[in-house]
Write a protein that binds this ligand. Structure first.
Ligand SMILES: Cc1ncc(COP(=O)(O)O)c(C=O)c1O
Length: 231
């Protein structure tokens, strides 16, 4: 089985879905896509990466998986696929056989989010626009954003775990909540802050945040505290 993420949670870039489909057909294997970060973000009405690339048939992906805890503002997850796969999982997956399934309030909250995305696709478009805006804000301030395409997940690659922790704390002091991703989740020289952008972030907030990243990083690096030993 080939398993990939729709939007990669650490880098904010996408997989090349057409090539993965080509690969899975060539090797007669199965393809599973984790849409935790791409459902509600990519494609018209936030339908996900299966609707993002022209010419891709979502039926060519055998297992679609996602969480309800991000764009759907709920808790729990889903697996989608052919009716044979869904029937198989209903009879064998522990969530159905041994323990309680998804509580109705969580299912209702996720369903409402889905309905809102269908009714108000402009909100999804605004999320992408704001994400690209923030990506540009960081880039123009000389911050390394790696391969990010500007779709909800935007990393600021700091390149040192200790500096990254200090920066996250300094930004919290300025009212900005962004969590550090440090070694061993990523290589020490790829330690980063991972920003999650929402459609409700204003351009002014995003600009101020990018300014704060640049200022605090300069302060941390300039005050002689650059660590000699990395984590
Ligand atoms: C790529 C990916 N898949 C799945 C999940 C699972 O989400 P949760 O268990 O929080 O619903 C996450 C959560 O961060 C994720 O980043």
């Amino acid at each position: 089985m080939i398993i990939a993420e729709g939007i990669y949670s650490m880098d904010g870039d996408t997989c090349d879905l057409s090539r993965l489909i080509e690969l899975k057909k060539r090797h007669k294997t199965l393809l599973m896509i984790d849409e935790a970060h791409s459902i509600g973000v990519l494609g018209p009405q936030g339908r996900g990466i299966g609707h993002h690339f022209p010419g891709v048939d979502p039926n060519d992906v055998d297992v679609w998986m996602g969480t309800l805890s991000k764009s759907f503002a709920s808790c729990g997850g889903y697996i989608a696929g052919s009716s044979a796969l869904v029937r198989y999982l209903k009879y064998t997956a522990p969530g159905f056989v041994y323990s309680a399934g998804l509580p109705p309030p969580n299912a209702a909250a996720a369903l409402k989010s889905l309905e809102l995305m269908q009714a108000e696709p402009e909100v999804v478009e605004q999320l992408r626009q704001r994400s690209r805006f923030f990506l540009d804000c960081l880039r123009t301030r000389g911050i390394d954003t790696g391969d990010a395409i500007g779709a909800a997940v935007v990393p600021a690659i700091i390149g040192n775990s200790l500096e990254c922790l200090k920066l996250s704390e300094a930004l919290a002091g300025r009212g900005i909540n962004v969590q550090p991703i440090v070694y061993p989740a990523v290589e020490d020289d790829a330690a980063r802050l991972r920003f999650f952008i929402s459609a409700l972030h204003s351009e002014a907030q995003l600009q101020q945040t990018a300014d704060a990243v640049r200022e605090e990083l300069a302060r941390i690096r300039g005050d002689g505290s650059r660590p000699e030993v990395s984590l």
